[in-house]
Design a protein around this ligand. Structure first.
Ligand SMILES: Nc1ncnc2c1ncn2[C@@H]1O[C@H](COP(=O)(O)OP(=O)(O)OP(=O)(O)O)[C@@H](O)[C@H]1O
Ligand SMILES: [Mg+2]
Length: 235
């Protein structure tokens, strides 16, 4: 039974500034941003280039620290953890998908998928089975032994999604996951993500610049001048 009310990811008043390009002051990218993502929810974040979308995603995933504020994964404050504990929890709870897949070129599709499982201590057989079932759900059963260079862009991205799901994360953080793909592949992947959030019970934060993609998500936020605005209810 999916509990849609459970908050799996929360950001509370996170702020982030960088030294400005001229070097004379600070560029305020995020100004006390709040966000709540519920179990199995897909939240889209849109915003112009340079508005701070990737910065926000990195903070939500604990890849970088905010100047102030806190991020919670399943109600636990992540920046209270030491670096190695944070890395361990991240490997278990969060899956990342980027615009460019970052697959390891010397490994096959299935090896790329199960590696995070081995790193988190799963036995090889169990990891292989989980990886095979994820690749099957993504329509990639006949591509498991191919290396990334032997796969199309859309197929590579589906391997990256399977890899992100390997450790049963509660949340997927995706930065322009279809930014590099044509319309057909974008549609396939979006349909698969929407299905996977039910079958895998995983929430997603999806950064996109495409309004058509955002409109298929449960909630849409726009990042503008350091603030996150709830855009509209889609259904
Ligand atoms: N490590 C950094 N040091 C200094 N400035 C940075 C750093 N990272 C990002 N910035 C600046 O912060 C702002 C937000 O960058 P960010 O990458 O989050 O934007 P974005 O919304 O993801 O843009 P895009 O749509 O082009 O990917 C930009 O002005 C960028 O130059
Ligand atoms: Mg970006």
């Amino acid at each position: 039974m999916i509990n849609y009310q459970q908050i799996v990811l929360e950001a509370v008043e996170i702020s982030k500034s960088y030294p400005s390009k001229s070097g004379s002051g600070m560029l305020e990218v995020l100004n006390e941003v709040d966000l709540k993502v519920h179990n199995s929810e897909i939240a889209a974040i849109i915003g112009s280039s340079g508005s701070g979308k990737s910065t926000l995603l990195h903070l939500l995933g604990g890849l970088d620290h905010p100047d102030t504020g806190e991020v919670y994964w399943e109600q636990k404050p992540i920046f209270k953890w030491k670096q190695d504990k944070l890395a361990e929890e991240r490997n278990r709870q969060v899956g990342f998908v980027f615009q460019f897949h970052h697959l390891l070129p010397e490994f096959t599709a299935i090896e790329n998928v199960y590696l995070p499982g081995l790193i988190s201590g799963k036995p090889l057989k169990e990891a292989e089975q989980r990886a095979a079932s994820l690749l099957e759900k993504l329509g990639m059963s006949d591509r498991t032994e191919h290396r990334p260079s032997q796969l199309s862009g859309g197929e590579q991205q589906r391997v990256a999604i399977a890899r992100a799901l390997m450790n049963n994360p509660s949340i997927i953080l995706a930065d322009e996951p279809t930014g590099n793909l044509d319309e057909k592949n974008t549609d396939i992947i979006l349909n698969q993500l929407i299905e996977l959030r039910e079958t895998e019970q995983v929430a997603m934060v999806l950064i996109t610049h495409e309004k058509e993609i955002a409109s298929r998500c449960d909630t849409i936020y726009e990042l503008k001048q350091g603030k996150l605005h709830r855009f509209e209810e889609t259904h």
